[in-house]
Design a protein around this ligand. Structure first.
Ligand code: FAD
Length: 388
């Protein structure tokens, strides 16, 4: 990647993209595949935002509506990029453990629409390292994928750069107008501009962020070494996940699950826990995650919340206290609507995934935004069949 912005090319760009998280990279990929000359402006020296701090769970089959359309489009793009850019990706599906009859009823109701295979208690225990007796049943969401978020974005960026996309790192966008991005290292001209700065939209475009109600959602996460009974070969969700993902949460059967969980565990409800797990290729386990929404992400992480995440992992896997390898805070953009897309000046668009599904939906969403900004149709995805 061009980490020395002193080395400038001849500057005839068709598209300028601000932000090199998964949404900005998705926009760069979409523009590149349309044969356009692309520059990506990124204030960091490396990619280090939400797109590397997450579970790497591409939670496609749990979406609904607009999110489902972007997730489906994104699935094909993820598979294609994994092959082209050479990073780890598995067609794992997602496992969901039901620990109560009401969670099972919710899974049964969701499964009616297809793509979800119901499992009995013995099957979910055989498919995952759950503690004996913890499950009353479960399910596998068939279409979901898993990647390693610590690797994927950087590999995508390197691949795009090898295909001619110019990356201007350590370069902050300070203003955007029709045909021009002002940056901390001078102006960049391009007829089409895509602003994809995630939760920092309020720094660059404060009026738009205010009007759209965009806040920061801060999440506590950790990576642990745990003596699991067997590998976790797919992301694992729980009842706490079901009551937040669109396909499940919209169903009438979600209400009793939410009420019971909140009544039984007000402590976990208070930290807005999404109790879920993914295992990285090195065997370590990602645990999370808590949610706090505010205009500023507090730098002070609650130890009680982190302990609750660890305690629940011990219960669900029947393990002794895991060794914590790393803790971190992730932040994503949050608003009442799941997606923000606005033409802020002729040819200049601001886009953001404004809930915690940007890895799942970001590539498909960015494709659609670039199609709208350039007026060029979506190219067909050609390689997916080969990858299955
Ligand atoms: C802990 C956590 C767990 C999650 N788990 C999942 C999951 O399992 N599955 C899923 O689908 N989603 C998940 N998400 C959500 C997902 O990670 C985000 O929605 C997604 O990564 C957002 O991508 P982005 O490109 O918009 O933002 P980011 O990745 O934050 O990228 C924005 C980029 O813009 C740059 N930038 C900002 N301002 C400027 C400026 N003025 N000039 C230049 N550059 C600028 C930043 O430096 C940054 O690199 C999770 C998020 C978190 C935090």
């Amino acid at each position: 990647m061009n980490r020395n912005p002193g080395q400038r090319s001849s500057d005839a760009f068709d598209v300028a993209i601000v932000g090199s998280g998964i949404v900005g990279l998705g926009a760069a990929y979409a523009a590149l595949r349309r044969g356009l000359r692309v520059v990506v402006i990124e204030r960091g020296a490396r990619i280090a935002g939400a797109s590397v701090r997450n579970f790497g769970h591409l939670c496609i089959g749990a979406q609904e509506g607009e999110a489902s359309a972007y997730a489906d489009a994104g699935r094909a793009l993820w598979l294609q990029l994994a092959r082209e850019a050479d990073f780890w990706m598995r067609e794992s599906g997602t496992l969901i453990v039901a620990r109560h009859a009401d969670e099972l009823r919710l899974l049964e109701a969701a499964a009616v629409d297809g793509g979800i295979r119901l499992l009995d208690a013995r099957e979910i225990e055989a498919a995952s390292p759950l503690a004996p007796g913890i499950a009353v049943g479960g399910a596998r969401v068939e279409v979901d994928l898993q990647t390693n978020p610590r690797v994927a974005a950087e590999r995508i960026a390197r691949h795009l750069e090898s295909q001619g996309v110019e990356f201007r790192m350590r370069t902050s966008a300070t203003a955007v107008s029709s045909g021009r991005v002002e940056t901390s290292r001078g102006g960049v001209d391009a007829p089409a501009i895509i602003v994809a700065v995630g939760h920092d939209l309020d720094h660059l475009l404060p009026d738009l962020a205010h009007e759209a109600g965009v806040e920061r959602c801060a999440l506590d996460m950790m990576r642990v070494q745990a003596a699991l009974a067997r590998p976790l070969d797919a992301p694992l969700l729980t009842g706490w996940s079901l009551v937040r993902y669109g396909r499940f949460a919209r169903l009438a059967e979600a209400a009793p699950v939410r009420e019971r969980l909140h009544a039984e565990r007000p402590d976990l409800a208070a930290i807005d826990l999404n109790q879920m797990y993914t295992q990285l290729p090195d065997g370590s386990l990602l645990l999370g995650d808590t949610h706090v929404r505010d205009s500023v992400a507090s730098p002070f992480q609650s130890e009680d919340a982190q302990q609750a995440i660890l305690d629940e992992a011990q219960v669900i896997f029947g393990i002794s206290a895991p060794r914590v390898i790393e803790r971190w805070q992730g932040v994503y953009a949050s608003a009442a609507r799941e997606f923000l897309s606005r033409e802020i000046a002729p040819g200049a668009h601001a886009i953001a995934v404004t809930t915690g599904i940007g890895m799942t939906c970001g590539l498909g969403f960015a494709e659609q935004a670039v199609a709208a900004a350039t007026g060029l149709p979506l190219p067909a995805v050609t390689h997916e069949q080969d990858l299955r």
